[in-house]
Write a protein that binds this ligand. Structure first.
Ligand code: AMP
Ligand code: MG
Length: 329
């Protein structure tokens, strides 16, 4: 009998509950995202969202999966990285369930979970992963027993940059999809800070410069177009270098910003030039959700790992490369 895992995600403004079986079937993947009426995400408000809506989202996932609490064999939770108050609320829900149901608890690194659900969907074995989201921008590959961050943002994440820019341009939240649509009507490219430092990149300069263009009266369509071309070009450069260094034969695009078609097109071009396979994770599995947490929980559990309640404190700054990837040894 395949095992059934309930995975709970809540590192930032989304709360998700996913049900996955050990033979890799996603039975349910329910989530809800806090959308502040104005301003950015406040960690306390996001954690309040999780405690208010968490139980109903979990119930919805169980009913979509057609199972009841007694069918759950293990509970997995996103232990980090993320916003402290959100992580603590999520972990508390997970611990309570594991204790009440008397099943094992498994802690999951959010970034690693994004990669592994992408591998499950694509059948990829050992990709270079471009993970782009509201809170993270990383190019990651497996080497020496760990997922190594080959390159990352030195300041803000690409999704955050797009969200803040959209707010400045009065476009609403989340900004990424609105910027993508608006950029299609852009005709004139304006030069913005292209900031790649070795394998790392920086997005704060683009944001400042784009805000200045807006004050100068440049059309929002042209701003969005120029921001996308510059920001995505930078990502393509480090992804390309990671492929060249590691000689890996697969390129995986994941995270909420992976929904962007222009970014997809650019990275697809990179994969063609390097003759590697390319996969963009489908929208329902690309953003923050519980199925990826459940799947990674199963991979770890099957490799012999679980965590005691007393050791399960959250890790807001848990780096991708701080975990031994025992299921890939
Ligand atoms: P996540 O943090 O993985 O849940 O992803 C959320 C981020 O994805 C937000 O910053 C969104 O603005 C961004 N996003 C969603 N759709 C798109 C899109 N089509 N283009 C660019 N960014 C997007
Ligand atoms: Mg994420």
């Amino acid at each position: 009998m395949p095992k059934i895992c309930l995975g709970i995600e809540g590192t930032a403004h989304s709360f998700g509950a996913g049900v996955v079986t050990s033979d890799g079937k996603v039975l349910a993947n329910e989530w809800d995202m806090l959308k502040p009426a104005q301003g950015g995400i406040h960690p306390r408000e996001a954690s309040r969202h999780h405690s208010d809506l968490g139980p109903s989202i979990i119930n919805r996932a169980l009913s979509t999966a057609g199972i009841s609490f007694k069918d759950i064999d293990l509970v997995a939770y996103s232990r980090g990285p993320g916003l402290g108050p959100c992580l603590r609320t999520t972990a508390t829900i997970a611990r309570t369930l594991a204790l009440k149901l008397a099943v094992p608890l498994v802690d999951v690194n959010h970034c690693v979970a994004h990669i592994e659900i992408g591998c499950l969907e694509s059948g990829f074995v050992d990709p270079v992963t471009v993970y782009v989201s509201g809170g993270n921008t990383q190019v990651i590959a497996f080497a020496g027993g760990r997922f190594r961050t080959f390159g990352e943002t030195l300041d803000i994440a690409i999704g955050n940059m797009l969200d803040v820019l959209a707010r400045t341009l009065g476009m609403g939240f989340p900004g990424g999809p609105i910027i993508e649509t608006t950029a299609k009507e852009g005709t004139t490219f304006h030069s913005l800070p292209y900031s790649v430092k070795g394998m790392d990149l920086s997005y704060s300069g683009i944001l400042t410069a784009a805000k200045r263009l807006y004050k100068e009266g440049v059309a929002t369509q042209d701003i969005c177009f120029s921001v996308q071309e510059t920001a995505f070009g930078m990502l393509a450069e480090i992804a390309e270098r990671a492929l060249a260094h590691t000689k890996k034969e697969e390129l995986l695009l994941t995270g909420g910003v992976a929904r962007n078609n222009r970014l997809t097109e650019i990275l697809q071009g990179v994969s063609e030039r390097h003759e590697v396979r390319f996969h963009k994770v489908s929208p329902s599995l690309a953003g923050d959700q519980g199925a990826m947490i459940a799947w990674n929980g199963l991979l770890q559990f099957n490799a012999g790992r679980q965590i005691r309640i007393q050791d399960s404190h959250v890790l807001p700054k848990w780096r991708t490369d701080e975990q031994d990837i025992i299921w890939r040894q």
